[in-house]
Design a protein around this ligand. Sequence first.
Ligand SMILES: *Cc1c(COP(=O)(O)O)cnc(C)c1O
Length: 352
Amino acid sequence: MFKLNSKIAHLTPYTPQTQDYAIRLDANESFCALSDTLKNDILEQISQLSFRRYPDPNANALCKAFAGYYQIDPSLVTAGNGSDELIGVIMNAFLEKDDTVLTFDADFSMYQFYANFTQSKVIVESKESDFHLDIDVAIETIAKNKSRMVIFSNPCNPTSVGEKREDILKLIQNTEALVVLDEAYMDFWQETLLHEVENYDNLIILRTASKALGLAGIRLGFAVTNKKLTNILKAVKSPYNLNVISQTVGTCLYQQKDEINNAIQKIIISRNELYEGLLKLAEKFPKKVEPLASNTNFVYTKFENSTDLFEYLKAQSIIVRCFGTYLRITAGTKAENHTILAAISSFYEKVG
Ligand SMILES: *Cc1c(COP(=O)(O)O)cnc(C)c1O
């Protein structure tokens, strides 16, 4: 009889059922749609594509547009089918069996998921009570375990807490491990290290078009690192990882600086409204609602009876993400923010 090996035997498919909800604030997607002009321009370009030809394996036009928007050197950019794919590629390439890799709790759960396939040993370090990283402790842990890699998001998903540039640089400068810095939400904050990658031999930065740029369905992620590591990433990824349609959509959007920046501003305004609404609820229901300040497009909030609140919202067709005593709520449209804030208020008036 064929037997599954132990690294996969316990796995089940990832099957979120969030499509069933009227208000979806669970996946940190953007609520901004592309302008009609840009959408028509993209559709026109797609109609010119030759579908029978393989795509450009290095997605050169896309990497150039991405690099243009962020003002970096395009030869330092590798494109992937979402940054999720790149996390898998990076772990498979840079980790060997029994290597140790350092991650943190709370942080993005996919790091442990992909590390699992490499048969490396994952060390999960708890964060301080304010959800900040303790950089000195991280440096020590890496040294003690001879970790080959450390991976984390900045600002962090799910907490939205951010670390300053100089603190991350201290980590990079004081370790021999590869630092994989996931800047999925850095479009909402200003502490990027994109312009530093050439100064270090051990830094890979991940970016995505899924959050600020509103292209989660198109699947576009990017790794930015020095030339040596870029060559390796391009050598180990699957050659045609990014289809022509995604490449075309991304190339068009990254050339639209104003459209991107306007969308980011709108999202930040919505995020502030959501946060301020939660602060008002915190005043109204002391100790029951405790939102954390946000550097991203979502707000992480400690709620009394969080799981009951989560179910209460679901019953009203509102879906968010539940992390124990915290809920992570993505900033939505004005109307969506208003609806969820009213629903939370009615929960504590009636139930909680
Ligand atoms: C959403 C998210 C990603 C995944 O982005 P994709 O490009 O859609 O795969 C990666 N890292 C973090 C921290 C995220 O929150």
